[in-house]
Design a protein around this ligand. Structure first.
Ligand SMILES: NC(=O)c1ccc[n+]([C@@H]2O[C@H](COP(=O)([O-])OP(=O)(O)OC[C@H]3O[C@@H](n4cnc5c(N)ncnc54)[C@H](OP(=O)(O)O)[C@@H]3O)[C@@H](O)[C@H]2O)c1
Length: 308
């Protein structure tokens, strides 16, 4: 599924292309499922063009799960291995085959399905890496997660619990039971309560959907606590410039593909501490529908494309 110009979901087109050829150090993976993330529709509609450039055609997609098709002798993987990965910025996951560097790949744990595996990398890596920003999230720490029912947030709640933190999760009324099922210790309904005005204090506030600001959240941070958002803006950069003057810090996460970090997440999945949450799946050729759904900003967990 490729785009030839920026625009709406209709720009996402199914096309036949030649088989990708792995370069030295790369592995050819037959993709079984591809995760869909908000960055995909932001690349499609052009809102990231300053950052990502205007090179077309572009095959979208950063999350893949599949089976190793072809490898070189130096690789730790062999044909037939089940693997998943977050791809680097070039993307290319909405496809039947993709070449991936070894360092980004991780074996799929146990009997985990391809759909769950494809739903995991980018969102789970974002959450894990956010908890390692500034002060690491430790056992006994109190963390507040805003947007906790979405792709990133649903992993963040479970990963924070796996790290031993006390989790307060924020979403709208319809998702509160879901947050409790994920393991949240406390939940806040943002439609009836402003979480930035409560009396609790946190070691970390992770705004997975970037709907708050550091200025609003500063008062609910403990001394030495930090605020991490997923979408930085001018105000955030101004706040970051003053970090050295304050005990409470502002920062943002820019997720990086990492097979090593994915191993940490795979271990949490293998031990049952983390389970990917799937809103729905679409066949690859219905990628347009998947984008339309994700753009509502109302999905619970992840949307995944499957190969037929
Ligand atoms: N910087 C990075 O490296 C990075 C990495 C990953 C994602 N991101 C960005 O992070 C954002 C979230 O990604 P995602 O995959 O989690 O998105 P998503 O799955 O589309 O998020 C959907 C969720 O957002 C919640 N939500 C919507 N408005 C809300 C509000 N005002 N307050 C609290 N929750 C709200 C919804 O819950 P309700 O229905 O209950 O409102 C829904 O469950 C996107 O903008 C994405 O581009 C950045």
């Amino acid at each position: 599924m490729r785009i030839h110009k920026f625009g709406g979901p209709e720009q996402l087109l199914e096309e036949e292309v030649s088989m990708p050829l792995p370069k030295p150090g790369e592995i050819l993976v037959r993709v079984h499922a591809a995760g869909v993330n908000p960055v995909d529709f932001k690349l499609r509609n052009g809102s990231l063009k300053l950052f990502a450039g205007k090179k077309f055609p572009r095959t979208l997609g950063f999350d893949i799960a599949g089976v190793v098709e072809k490898t070189d002798r130096s690789s730790p993987f062999k044909p037939g291995d089940r693997v998943f990965a977050m791809l680097p910025f070039k993307g290319g996951g909405y496809a039947e085959f993709v070449c991936v560097k070894c360092e980004f790949l991780c074996p799929i744990p146990g009997d985990m399905g391809m759909i769950e595996a494809a739903a995991t990398p980018l969102a789970a890596l974002t959450a894990l890496q956010a908890f390692r920003k500034k002060e690491y999230l430790h056992e006994g720490h109190k963390v507040l997660i805003n947007g906790a029912s979405g792709g990133v947030g649903s992993f963040a709640v479970q990963i924070a619990k796996a790290l031993g933190a006390h989790v307060t999760a924020v979403a709208s009324s319809k998702n509160l039971d879901f947050l409790k099922e994920l393991g949240a210790d406390e939940v806040i309904d943002y439609t009836t309560e402003d979480f930035t005005k409560q009396s609790q204090r946190y070691h970390k506030v992770f705004d997975a959907v970037a709907k708050s600001s550091f200025k609003q959240c500063k008062r609910i941070l403990r001394k030495g606590g930090n605020y991490v958002t997923t979408v930085p803006d001018g105000n955030l950069f101004c706040s970051m410039m003053c970090n050295f003057l304050r005990k409470k810090k502002a920062t943002y996460i820019m997720v990086k593909p990492s097979g090593e970090d994915l191993h940490v997440i795979a271990d949490m999945i293998a031990t049952g501490q983390v389970k990917p949450q799937i809103e729905t799946t679409f066949p690859l050729k219905e990628g347009q529908k998947a984008h339309q759904l994700l753009e509502t900003e109302r999905t619970r967990g992840k949307v995944v494309l499957t190969m037929e």
